[in-house]
Design a protein around this ligand. Structure first.
Ligand code: XMP
Length: 520
């Protein structure tokens, strides 16, 4: 925790980010021990660290070589603050170099599983067997330890696979304890966080909610806060949390852009207005959006028009509320980290949201982002704790531009209505077949072509729809879902029999990459 930062957690671990692909994983693993942690750039100065809260520091891995020109370093005083430090891979090499040891470029890279032999079971390796599998991914390794250091472990390729200066509480591991392939990685990180750093581990979703509510009250004071509610997980959890803190001084605006799924506006009204009693303005701006989109077929142009129209509508409605000082957003931790440069660029510039980017400046508002230190599944756990129905928390992601990027070609109300019905039959069937929660995202796409069919004795010439279902972890890569043929058959039958204007259904079997999840 840094001086001047208003987060309320009482203890934390800092992870210094040297650009490893596993950094978010380190954070996840520390949080699994119920200890709050934060990923910070290597430019952080030792003076800015609040020693009453920071219990330990982890120097992350990274792709660079410590002797390479421009390789990231950190304030060497971080190693002399008296709090424990764990260097992982590049972090261990940097620790060695900084304290007078040497690092060598290994003739062959060590990548993948490697057996670690523990030579000293004190502290870091308490309860870890003598030999166990670890995950290595390095070209360089420590050749000579700094003065005062002891070797803790070795592997076939790496004589100094782990070291420590027990007196100064400095530790290094060449392998990646945060990766699942490291058999006892969890125990090693736990030994560091709980045993060595002595973190209590009282960070939980309950304590997060309590602290965040206090923090929002302190920030907002008696002022009004406005939030764009989309009905998705992030904005919904943010809304309920802020509502708990400041009640009716939170005004939510739900914009029906005419590009939503079937019953979406109704569900949002029922859950947030009726159940949670949130001050919610539902604005039917569908005509305005559809008018602005008339004749537009180019996907990026559609996105821009929708973004601009959203800002216009939102700004107009927010002005009606009057005297608003804050804009709340459901920004998550990965957005925040990704918007920083791994090699210590300027600290946190916040990524603008697809739909509301530009709003804070235009409206002269300060931001409240209560979820900006949480990962998606933590947000879901907060939502569950706040009694937000599973219907909202478990919902598949839905893009800001909505059906506009799923209607290829011209967007009209009729085409939106057809797609809404098709999508509804598909999703209903997935729920019925217990497949919905196993799929990352499922939806239908309306194509700009017609095909010939036969219904009864009549020739038809109607729309073709594609259905898309993908499995994914984060939406960055995705594979098409292997939905059983008989379920696909049921979906197709329902769509063609129940939705007027459609006579053909195709299943999209493309993965991402090279395709994307959405069609536009
Ligand atoms: P793609 O199509 O890029 O989508 O593979 C990855 C994830 O992002 C969502 N998506 C969007 N979300 N505004 C959004 O808010 C957009 O313009 C947008 N485009 C794609 C998509 O639904 C998927 O979950």
């Amino acid at each position: 925790m840094l001086h001047g930062d208003k987060k309320m957690s009482k203890e934390s671990i800092l992870i210094i980010d040297f650009g490893s692909q596993y950094n978010q994983l380190i954070a996840r693993k520390v949080r699994e021990e119920n200890v709050f942690c934060e990923i910070v750039p290597p430019t952080i100065s030792a003076d800015s660290i609040d020693l009453s809260e920071v219990k330990g520091i982890i120097l992350s891995g990274g792709p660079a070589s410590v002797y390479q020109k421009g390789a990231p370093t950190c304030d060497p005083r971080l190693l002399s603050l008296g709090i424990p430090v764990l260097g992982i891979c590049y972090g261990m090499q940097l620790m060695a170099k900084t304290l007078g040891g040497t690092v060598e470029h290994a003739p062959s890279r060590e990548y993948g599983r490697a057996t670690l032999t523990v030579l000293n079971h004190d502290m870091l390796y308490k309860g870890v067997p003598k030999d166990s599998v670890t995950w290595m991914s390095h070209g360089d390794k420590v050749k000579k330890m700094p003065k005062g250091f002891t070797r803790l472990a070795m592997s076939h390729n790496t004589a100094i696979a782990s070291f420590a200066n027990f007196e100064r509480k400095l530790f290094g591991v060449q392998f990646h304890p945060e990766v699942a392939h490291t058999r006892h990685g969890k125990a090693i990180l736990k030994n560091f966080v709980k045993g060595i750093c002595r973190a209590r581990g009282d960070w939980s979703m309950k304590s997060f909610i309590k602290d965040t509510i206090n923090e929002i009250r302190m920030t907002a004071g008696r002022d009004k806060v406005v939030l764009g509610l989309s009905g998705g997980v992030d904005s919904s959890v943010a809304a309920v949390l802020i509502h708990k803190a400041i009640g009716h001084r939170l005004a939510c605006i739900f914009v029906d852009n005419g590009l939503l799924r079937k019953n979406e506006a109704k569900v949002v009204r029922e859950i947030f207005q009726k159940h949670f009693k949130i001050n919610l303005r539902c604005i039917d701006a569908s005509e305005e959006f559809l008018k602005a989109l008339k004749g537009v077929t180019e996907p990026e142009k559609k996105r821009k028009i929708i973004g601009r129209t959203f800002i216009k509508v939102f700004d107009r409605e927010a002005k009606k509320i009057g005297n608003v000082k804050f804009l709340a957003q459901g920004t998550l931790y990965p957005d925040l980290i990704e918007s920083r440069s791994a090699f210590g660029g300027p600290s946190a510039t916040i990524k603008t949201h697809h739909n509301v980017g530009g709003l804070p400046k235009k409206m002269n508002l300060k931001l409240i982002e209560p979820l900006k230190y949480l990962f998606k599944d933590e947000v879901r756990r907060v939502g569950k704790e706040l009694d937000i129905p599973q219907e909202v928390l478990g919902r598949h992601p839905f893009p800001g531009p909505g059906l506009a990027v799923r209607i290829l070609g011209d967007i009209t109300k009729d085409r939106c209505d057809i797609l809404r019905e098709v999508d509804d039959r598909f999703i209903q069937t997935l729920h019925k077949e217990n497949l919905y929660d196993k799929i990352w995202q499922a939806f239908a796409v309306l194509l700009p072509i017609k095909s010939v069919g036969v219904m009864g004795d009549e020739r038809t010439y109607e729309n073709v729809v594609a259905i898309r279902a993908v499995t994914s972890v984060d939406g960055m890569t995705a594979d098409w879902a292997r939905i059983p043929y008989d379920v696909l058959g049921k979906v197709s039958n329902r769509i063609i029999n129940e939705v007027k204007g459609v006579n053909r259904v195709a299943y999209d079997i493309s993965s991402k990459p090279p395709s994307t999840i959405e069609w536009e």
